[in-house]
Write a protein that binds this ligand. Structure first.
Ligand code: IPE
Ligand code: IPE
Ligand code: MG
Length: 254
């Protein structure tokens, strides 16, 4: 009994966030949550069991980010390329937002979390979109952590759409090609209104971006781990931030 209590207390107090510099917490952390399928396979489970278990990691890391005072947490949940997967897996993934929100939305509200979505809505099934939009609506006035789900997100599509918008401004005479600034592109991206990520985390050992925030990650610090997303713990998250705090960001300067 005592041991179990200690183990449980350890879950909340032994995580050593004390070793983190509270004055240098990344304002925006973006995570490529990868490795659900391999995690499941390694346990002899179907891939979808990994996606299901990954939801618990979403909850865990959202709460950890909130406690640390992270302002924005962007989670890559489904890419514009993930439609290539078997239909049954895609259908399972499209049910997760409503399942996640049915269980967790109240606690997110209680913690003043603001839910947002970054991605293309038109291809999403109605049941997925309505669950997400309802969560966005119910939390839009919250002023705490912004939990931004990249859902049906793809960076190249995002850039093409941004260029299209700029093209419209040029055609209508609102903008001259010679006057195009970074800010014009930025405000046309899905990430408009968010600062660029300070820290990018990718789990599962893959060392690539997979079409994620290619513009926005220009000067982000990157941290990769072999750990599969369902096993990604608060301790791993703190380790990534600790490593971030050891780095010197120079932005091309000295
Ligand atoms: C990440 O896990 C979740 C999504 C891409 C939706 P994967 O499903 O990519 O898992 P692996 O990479 O195949 O192990
Ligand atoms: C990136 O993971 C997309 C998400 C985590 C949602 P993938 O598993 O789709 O990436 P690749 O195919 O290994 O590059
Ligand atoms: Mg993967």
């Amino acid at each position: 009994m005592f041991q179990r209590l200690r183990a449980r207390m350890g879950k909340t107090s032994d995580k050593q966030p004390e070793a983190l510099d509270r004055d240098n917490i990344p304002e925006h952390i973006a995570i490529i949550m990868d490795g659900n399928g391999r995690w499941a396979k390694s346990r002899g489970l179907p891939r979808v069991a990994g996606h299901h278990s990954g939801m618990k990691a979403v909850k865990r890391i959202t709460m950890a980010a909130d406690r640390l005072g992270v302002k924005y947490l962007t989670l890559y949940a489904f890419s514009t390329e993930n439609w290539k997967r078997p239909k049954a897996e895609v259908e399972f993934l499209m049910k997760l937002p409503q399942e996640f929100l049915a269980i967790e939305l109240q606690e997110l509200i209680d913690n003043n979390v603001q839910v947002r979505m970054m991605g293309y809505k038109q291809d999403l099934p109605e049941h997925t979109l309505s669950a997400v939009e309802e969560a966005v609506r119910q939390t839009e006035d919250n002023t705490g952590l912004v939990l931004n789900f990249a859902l049906n997100y793809g960076s190249r599509k995002e850039m093409i759409e941004a260029v299209r918008l700029i093209g419209e401004d040029i055609r209508s005479g609102r903008l001259a090609p010679a006057d195009i600034q970074e800010s014009h592109l930025e405000k046309s991206l899905l990430s408009s209104g968010l600062p660029d990520p300070d820290l990018l985390i990718r789990t599962s050992g893959e060392l690539r971006l997979s079409n994620f925030m290619l513009w926005q990650l220009a000067y982000s610090e990157m941290w990769f781990t072999d750990v599969y997303w369902p096993e990604f713990s608060e301790e791993h998250f703190y380790e990534a931030i600790r490593e971030y705090q050891r780095r010197a960001r120079r932005y091309g300067g000295l």
